[in-house]
Design a protein around this ligand. Structure first.
Ligand SMILES: NC(=O)c1ccc[n+]([C@@H]2O[C@H](COP(=O)([O-])OP(=O)(O)OC[C@H]3O[C@@H](n4cnc5c(N)ncnc54)[C@H](O)[C@@H]3O)[C@@H](O)[C@H]2O)c1
Length: 273
């Protein structure tokens, strides 16, 4: 098998590998010869090297996972995430961002030179610029879930849209970490998917609580939902050796949705432009 992506025999860690984009990425990583260590709250069906059950909002679970994971890692994929609604704003921020940050910060010293981190943000986080002051205040806290919880409870206005805030934090964290990581030869990036057909989308829509027409406003002009594979492949590319000079970037994987907003060709519902 060609090793054009550079994953053969490499140890990679991936969260959210039980379903959707994380599952598709885990399968692809197995297919290209990586040794895959997968974390999820749910059982993982991909034939990975090791699967670890962990709740991203539980310090106990995260510490146990960190203790079980290998001491030398090539790449980290942060895919776990939940929609809010129906999940509370606080839990969405803890799962989507704070747990991700706690795990990432713990694993960075284990990532070898030439290694990389790739995470899944969202078009819902693309409006980070007008929210930067609040995001920076939150990121200035230590990375404990306790500090995060206290801040969220003290700033209900910043976290009213818990999902959007969690993804704004992820984008700003990604860009802010690039400088220090570059000094150690490690890259960090994220992608911002447009609406994708997955369990996440089913949960978000609920029993018709959010109608299809509301989600349709955010579909690209090709008129379709992305598949999990549409997102997994750019994510696997970003941590591969083919992307070896790309760092500190958030790539909208949205078939031009954000470009249309920026060019004034459609309504700016997320405050992106
Ligand atoms: N589906 C979309 O339209 C969409 C759009 C933009 C961004 N995203 C983001 O993409 C990522 C992947 O979502 P998906 O669409 O593949 O959905 P999904 O629901 O299929 O996958 C999410 C995974 O995260 C896991 N997970 C959920 N809560 C967890 C917890 N507390 N601890 C550990 N694992 C947990 C789930 O078990 C699942 O395996 C998420 O971060 C989501 O926010 C999704």
């Amino acid at each position: 098998m060609s090793n054009i992506l550079g994953y053969q025999g490499k140890r990679v860690v991936i969260t959210g590998a039980a379903s959707g984009m994380g599952q598709a990425a885990a399968q692809l990583l197995v297919d290209v010869g990586a040794e895959v260590y997968a974390l999820d709250i749910a059982p993982i069906s991909v034939a990975v090297t090791q699967d670890i059950q962990a709740d991203m909002k539980s310090v106990t679970d995260l510490d146990a996972a960190i203790a079980e994971l290998p001491g030398d890692i090539y790449a980290l994929f942060n895919c776990a995430g939940v929609p809010s609604p129906p999940i509370s704003a606080q839990d969405a921020v803890l799962i989507n961002f704070s747990g991700m940050r706690y795990l990432t910060d713990a694993l960075i010293p284990r990532i070898s030179e030439g290694g990389a981190i790739a995470s899944i943000a969202s078009t819902a986080g693309m409006g980070w610029k007008p929210k930067l002051a609040g995001v920076r205040e939150f990121l200035a806290l230590d990375n404990s879930l306790e500090a995060a919880t206290n801040w969220i409870q003290a700033h209900p206005e910043s976290c009213a849209d818990g999902y959007g805030f969690s993804k704004q934090c992820m984008i700003v964290y990604t860009m802010s970490m690039a400088k220090d990581l570059a000094a150690g030869g490690i890259r960090i990036n994220c992608i911002s998917p447009s609406p994708t057909d997955s369990a996440f989308m089913d949960k978000l829509k609920g029993e018709g609580q959010i109608p299809d027409e509301a989600i349709d406003l955010f579909l690209p002009s090709n008129g379709r939902y992305a598949t999990a594979e549409d997102m997994a492949e750019p994510l696997v590319y970003l941590n591969s050796k083919m992307a070896r000079f790309i760092s500190g970037i958030n790539i909208p994987v949205d078939y031009g949705y954000c470009a249309e907003v920026t060019m004034g060709q459609r309504d700016d519902l997320f405050g992106i432009a």
